[in-house]
Design a protein around this ligand. Structure first.
Ligand code: SAM
Length: 327
């Protein structure tokens, strides 16, 4: 039943994104952002459309009423349409964080962060899928912010947040430039992996490489830490080789001085194209008054999430680790 509803809403996004793509001579993803705006505002916002096109759009929109869908159904339908758009026009920087990772991070945020009201930041928010998946799961009052350098992805994140009625402040900029955001309790981020080309800006970070380009994913860790409150948490999707690269000594040093490694959760390899592209979730806490390192970090190899019994065992292990490490 719920899959049928997701499909129904996906079909409306898909058909109308295609109509707008043709009429506005834009990409499918741009058409999707336009149609998402129309659905949210309950009117057609594009002025240059013919009467016939307007009628076709209105007919498609009349098939659904957003109030009949849960937030997860809306997120999933919009995500399916984004995936379709990304397949049509493949760009290496257009990568969405898979649902299962977002759901697991949402679970961890609920478990690790005890405050009832939090501010959360995703400094590489992309399409907003990771942030939206986490927000849909949180049992807390939340204010959130997202940043991305890609203007089409951030537009999709904006439309996504509107459709889901999430309160998100979004910024279209380089996250490694100065950020004008209040300190947050939680950072969630699927780190962009690769070299950061701006050496001058990289030099403003403690973690920068002394020669050549610094890894963007390292700089993102320092930038995230700078904007996290003392005692706040960071849940980062990292490449598995993070601590083994030629630049990792700076990273080790920075983490030792400023952060506490709470845990590393290795995601199932089957989720990735190959072993080299496999990732983990790194859980860090910013040092501050009253923070203490765990007796031993939480180290977990996550089974396939479809393996219910194995997942339940791991969740039970995480629960006992948390109980054992609470003061
Ligand atoms: N979590 C996102 C989602 O669910 O759509 C996907 C994140 S994707 C793995 C990494 C993102 O980092 C991309 O959207 C890319 O545009 C962004 N990015 C890369 N370098 C950046 C920078 N210097 N500043 C801001 N965003 C950046």
């Amino acid at each position: 039943m719920s899959i049928a509803l997701v499909e129904k809403l996906f079909t409306v996004f898909n058909v109308t994104a295609d109509i707008l793509k043709d009429e506005l001579s834009c990409t499918y993803l741009e058409g999707l952002a336009e149609t998402g705006e129309n659905l949210f505002h309950e009117k057609i916002l594009q002025e240059e459309l013919s009467e016939l096109t307007e009628r076709r759009l209105l007919k498609a929109y009349s098939e659904v009423n957003l109030e009949e869908f849960t937030k997860e159904q809306i997120r999933q339908a919009f995500q399916l349409a984004i995936l379709k758009g990304m397949q049509e026009n493949v760009q290496s920087n257009h990568q969405m964080t898979p649902d299962s990772v977002g759901m697991f991070i949402g679970y961890l945020v609920n478990k690790f962060v005890e405050k009832p009201a939090i501010r959360i930041l995703d400094p590489a928010v992309g399409t907003g899928n990771l942030l939206a998946t986490v927000l849909n799961q949180l049992d807390k009052s939340v204010e959130s912010a997202g940043i991305d350098i890609d203007d089409i992805l951030i537009r999709l994140a904006y439309v996504n947040a509107n459709l889901l009625m999430h309160q998100v402040q979004l910024f279209n900029q380089d996250s490694l430039a100065p950020l004008f955001i209040d300190p947050v309790d939680v950072v969630v981020c699927d780190l962009p992996v690769g070299y950061y080309p701006n050496d001058v800006r990289a030099a403003e970070f403690e973690i920068h490489a002394k020669t050549g380009h610094t890894y963007a994913h390292h700089l993102f860790i320092e930038q995230s830490a700078r904007h996290t409150k003392e005692g706040g948490f960071m849940f980062l999707v990292i490449p598995n080789g993070l601590f083994e690269s030629e630049q990792s000594s700076h990273l080790h040093e920075y983490i030792k001085n400023n952060l506490i490694i709470q845990g590393i959760i290795q995601l199932p390899e089957a989720m990735f194209k190959n072993k080299q592209s496999a990732k983990s979730i790194l859980i860090l806490q910013r040092k501050g008054e009253g923070t203490t390192p765990p007796k031993s970090a939480l180290l977990v190899d996550l089974p396939k999430m479809s393996d219910g019994p194995a997942m339940n065992r791991i969740l039970a292990d995480i629960d006992s680790w948390l109980i054992g490490n609470k003061k």
